[in-house]
Design a protein around this ligand. Sequence first.
Ligand code: ZN
Length: 215
Amino acid sequence: MKTLPELFSNNQKWRVEIEKQHPGFFEALGKQQSPEFLWIGCADSRVPANEVVGLMPGELFVHRNVANLVNHTDLNLLSVLQFAVDVLKVKHIMVVGHYGCGGVKASMEDVPLGLIDNWLRQVRELYLRNRKNLAGLPDDQARLDKMCELNVARQVINVSNTTVVQEAWRRDQELTVHGWIYGIGDGVLQDLDIQIQGNQELRTLENNEYDSCSG
Ligand code: ZN
């Protein structure tokens, strides 16, 4: 078990090491940030955004919450998104889910958990819409894996439909929304082959989602 003083001594070692490798790093960083990526990921402690993709401080703008959700009434996420798109002018937004997500799993079970059920309600709806298809998969593990992937696709649709992204596309700002998934058990990050650069691709993704639910 780590003690709190250890965390501060780790911090000292970390900053000395970075300054040794990149002299003047923190002074330059103190003046500005210009990340090209916005990462929307799960709050799970096993999915540390910068480490997973090997990026330094200043290179990745990050928003994390339980089950990497994009809710259109979430002022926290929308403010991060607006700053990232309008001010930092990030070129890529990646929604990054992960296999074995506890939030997604909870949304698939008939056990009330209290307040968080409100947060997870949209994942629950997604699960109920897909329940028939998911039943055809071999086991619970496969169903959870698939739901984690479906959740990423759904959140890509949600982020693409925000006023912030819609307005960016309307003014021809270069901005792509991606859907990725991370494997906690093997450390592998995968592209789910979702890249949305405008409303045409968005409508295709929405139609595919609808077809897979009703099929
Ligand atoms: Zn999670």
